[in-house]
Design a binder for this molecule. Sequence first.
Ligand SMILES: Cc1ncc(COP(=O)(O)O)c(C=O)c1O
Length: 400
Amino acid sequence: MPFLSDTLSRVKPSPTIAVSNKAQELKAAGEDVIGLGAGEPDFDTPQNIKDAAIAAIEAGKTKYTAVDGIAELKQAICAKFKRDNNLDYTPDQVSVSGGGKQVLYNALMATLNPGDEVVIPAPYWVSYPDMVLLAGGTPVVAEAQLQTGYKLTPEQLEAAITDKTKWLIFNSPSNPTGAGYSREELKGLTDVLMRHPHVWVMTDDMYEHLAYDGFEFCTPAEVEPRLYDRTLTVNGVSKAYAMTGWRIGYAAGPKELIGAMRKIQSQSTSNPSSVSQWAAVEALNGTQDYIATNNEVFKRRRDLVVSMLNEIEGMTCPTPEGAFYVYPSIGGLIGKTSAKGTKIVDDEAFATALLEETGVAVVFGAAFGLSPNFRISYATSDAELKDACERIQRFCAALS
Ligand SMILES: Cc1ncc(COP(=O)(O)O)c(C=O)c1O
């Protein structure tokens, strides 16, 4: 009898975390490494949020809380949904967990039965397919193309839906591409969902506030209010408020689903950190001014990276609407050989050779379900980004 579960054998560890670990190891060993793998802002958590956490500790708010969030945070979340998305939710429609990751996991655990299918547009955030597998469901990957800026078309969504489809996981702006769907593009997808009343939508709005050039963020239940009763709107404080380590994510949706997610959480982790919840109250209710300031920095970095990568022959890098990632295609480089003799057979070989020969750590596209590409996270200093892009340029120029 094997000791480890069969379920475990179906999932793989997160490749993005693996790249970050590898880059850190090399750095610790004294190598000159620039890590562009991590999916987190390099900014510090704003002071008002830290102060709220310190005040919570001082006030003894350090005990267990309600399993899926304190009332004050649920109120702040309802106010946020109204303010930013014109969505009406009541506190009993809200669930708070240890990061957006746990929210998504709870929702899948609460709803999937063997044979249930989940449509996942590719390129996708690495955890979606594995979470679906862990929850006993079947991921159905629908590939978006470079030509549409890595956005799924209504026809592609229609083709992926079967009578076994339970969810569409939707993510805009996207990790790994940064692609953000316009209202019109999203309406095209919600029109398809209106024709399939058995399909629910889990929308991962984690990068809502990280958008550039006047991009107008929108979310499915707002674009198509008739989807409200079968939408789980997921968001969190990790990215916009530079709070990745605090572990607070949240969702709003139909009460029955929220209750089922609470049940899972009550028998697994219980409440997310009480102190982090108080910090999140301040993040959502306090000033939002620094988001625009941070976005100016992100936009500048995005423009730098996109222009430097597009100078490389054989590489195509679209300009994304949001998040802090770019997802260049390296179709023109496959089959070449690096200066140190590595054959670039695929994007994993490219990323490995790039790290070994130049010290630049990126994540290969196959990890996100669409090749040949790689992902750069530009949430690092301008100087490092410029250095990294110059190294990539030199590496590619030396390919033969
Ligand atoms: C698309 C997407 N969803 C969810 C998450 C999870 O965020 P959290 O840190 O809140 O768990 C991430 C983090 O990288 C992400 O990129």
